[in-house]
Design a protein around this ligand. Sequence first.
Ligand code: S3P
Length: 442
Amino acid sequence: MINLIKTAQHHQLVIEKKANSLQGTISIPGDKSISHRALMLGAIASGETIIEGLLLGEDPCSTAQCFQAMGAKISELNSERVTVTGIGDKALQEPLNILDAGNSGTTMRLMLGLLASQPNKFFTVTGDDSLRSRPMARVIKPLAQMGALIYGRNNNQNAPLAVIGQNLKPIHYHSPVASAQVKSCILLAGLMTEGKTTVTEPFLSRDHSERMLRSFGATLEIDVDTHSVTIEGGAKLQGQTVIVPGDISSAAFWLVAGAITPNSELIIENVGINLTRTGILEALLMMNADITLENEREMAGEPVADLKVKSSKLKACSIEGAIIPRLIDEIPILAVAACFAEGTTIIKDAEELRVKESDRLAVMATELNKMGAKITELPDGLEITGGVTLKGAQMDSYTDHRIAMSLAIAGLNAEGTTIIDRAEAASVSYPTFVDTLIKITN
Ligand code: S3P
């Protein structure tokens, strides 16, 4: 019923018919954001960092390769235990070749903060077609205010980039976007810079960098009212043990699948429920989803729970403002949920989706409308009228992992056959997605 057809270049996911029900217990891969940060901080710290539960997706592999090229010793990547022997004193070696961040915006943007602050060292950084088209000025601009020398295509907006490391000076940066990548880039540059560097963002974005920097020994002040974080430069980081919780952004596919597929019950184990990431739970609960949190606990500085979801009749909701950064990566799958909800769901203030791995607003509207959905694209969001029967169609992932997986969940609930081209994109954050999909589908 579900087949992955592999050709030399691409995978095509074929879902032949509507699922009758979904049942099972799912363990999801490690959190992508936390995996990147554990590898990076481990690489620049003194001593050993042990990472348990690392995401084995393509994105963290890109981070590992970049930092290996700059002197970090990283054991073979696996999800049980990875050892990173840090370079110590945060002094990266000048790499012999171009650093390749692949498809990963987090790798490129966070790494730039570290590269810009390595005096007299030269780095070149590139990525795949998608990453080379994504905006880098959002980090180059504040880094340039700190004194960084970074050059790139399109008047210093796009990779490939060349960086000549400098002694930077601290700044207070008011970021126009609520972006954890921008915030983390500046905090990492601030870590390497004498004095206090502050970032203020319009809404609070994910805070994994702040938590992990503190646990590695950096000094940070956080003002939750003004969404400001200050880092004191110069701290010596010491390697730590990091236990990576399951990624709520990956769990989101099963939360929506369980909610919209009749007669379903799924348990998703070990999911990170950091408040800066739980917008998806709040949105789905607002839509009348039957989701319960069980076994809530703390794991290496991050809150974790098992999530149980049962099918229910969803209703439309409105999503805008401060919740958007707290569910930014889940909007494609939320759009699928909205197709199955009674009424019209409005998503606003989400223009950031246009500069993700694909233009996720345009792609979700185009591809779901091929299935008969009623979606209107807004400049900063989507208007989705639910309750229409979706019909299988041939669609494309646009090489975007979250698009591939969102369309698969839509296909599971569509009449007739759904085909998703370039489905291998899922490996960026969830290499075992199709195996789990097959396992839980009846
Ligand atoms: C991430 C931050 C978010 C998110 C991305 C991961 C991170 O990007 O979309 O998948 O790990 O910091 P922005 O900071 O661009 O919003």
